[in-house]
Design a protein around this ligand. Structure first.
Ligand SMILES: [Ca+2]
Length: 119
């Protein structure tokens, strides 16, 4: 993790820092979210072809496992093709991490709006 993100050092101001006798680096909530996002992406991107990008099959599996049917049914080839085409901004026939992050940011914004309006 720290090799990938050398700037993500343990939060020195964290109250938990003094409660960490194992000296395991403590990440903030946002840093944990970032690490989980990277891990989730690599879990699928490493399955075939370029291990740092998602093929259409890898994206389909990621969407199915991580989002259920909320973005369309995995069995709906046209829907999956549309999502893949929309995410593949540079049209290189794969979805890289930045392109995947665009989806996550968009969905996160939508969730944020939803929770704000619900209050
Ligand atoms: Ca791409």
């Amino acid at each position: 993790m720290h090799l990938l993100l050398p700037s993500l050092q343990p939060n020195q101001n964290s109250r938990q820092h003094t409660q960490n006798p194992t000296k395991t680096p403590i990440m903030s909530d946002v840093q944990q979210a970032m690490a989980l996002l990277i891990g989730a992406f690599h879990k699928y991107s490493g399955k075939e072809g370029d291990k740092y990008t998602l093929s259409k099959a890898e994206l389909k599996e990621l969407l199915q496992n991580e989002f259920g049917d909320s973005l369309g049914k995995a069995s709906d080839k046209a829907a999956m093709d549309n999502i893949f085409r929309d995410l593949d901004a540079n049209k290189d026939n794969s979805v890289d991490f930045r392109e995947f992050c665009n989806l996550v940011v968009c969905l996160t914004e939508m969730c944020h709006e939803y929770f704000i309006k619900k209050k």
